[in-house]
Design a protein around this ligand. Sequence first.
Ligand SMILES: [Zn+2]
Length: 222
Amino acid sequence: MRARWVTSTKADGDFRVGLPADELAARRRAFVDLPWVWLRQVHGSAVVVVDADNWAAVCGTEADALVTASPGLALAVHTADCVPVVVSSPDGVIGVAHAGWRGLAAGVIDATVEAMEGLGTRRERLHIELGPHIGPECYEFGATELAAVEARIGTAAGLRARTAAGALALDLRAAVTAAARQAGVPVTALRSAPCTSCWSECYFSHRARGESGRMATVAWLS
Ligand SMILES: [Zn+2]
């Protein structure tokens, strides 16, 4: 089995949960023509384990990560600045997580890794990739919130960054890297992804432009 994933751009349309169901269903199928499994994301650490029997029933659950060992199901998270995280294993297990600073502070990466182990892989075998998210140069961040993130994942190098204007910033890629290492995933350097704020023609940005639209990051086993 192969793990595949893709993130939508503005050209693919808005995927935010709450749009008319038929409109959303048509857009989903046009983007990835598989049954979609989606969540009501709440910036927490709950993970839903999906399989061929429960996938329809779990849609709309309040959670921030999905994992499965079943092929042919499109696991989706929706973002506009937060990090869409895709975790895959050569043992035929995949996961997706919605990771903003609150989710990272709540332990969403750890919880996703744990749930994937429950499906028959090991954390040393996991591979992590990131979709488009807001870069530190555009992500001014409060000291109190930063301390909350560090309380969970430690004061890893690179976590505290600076915006282009020189203000305190959170580097979300460094934060996911630190969280993954803490969870026992042998991460070296995660490949960087485009900044949702810098690339406004391509991606929705809630933080930078107050947009309500959401991209979809979808992962599946084929
Ligand atoms: Zn940027």
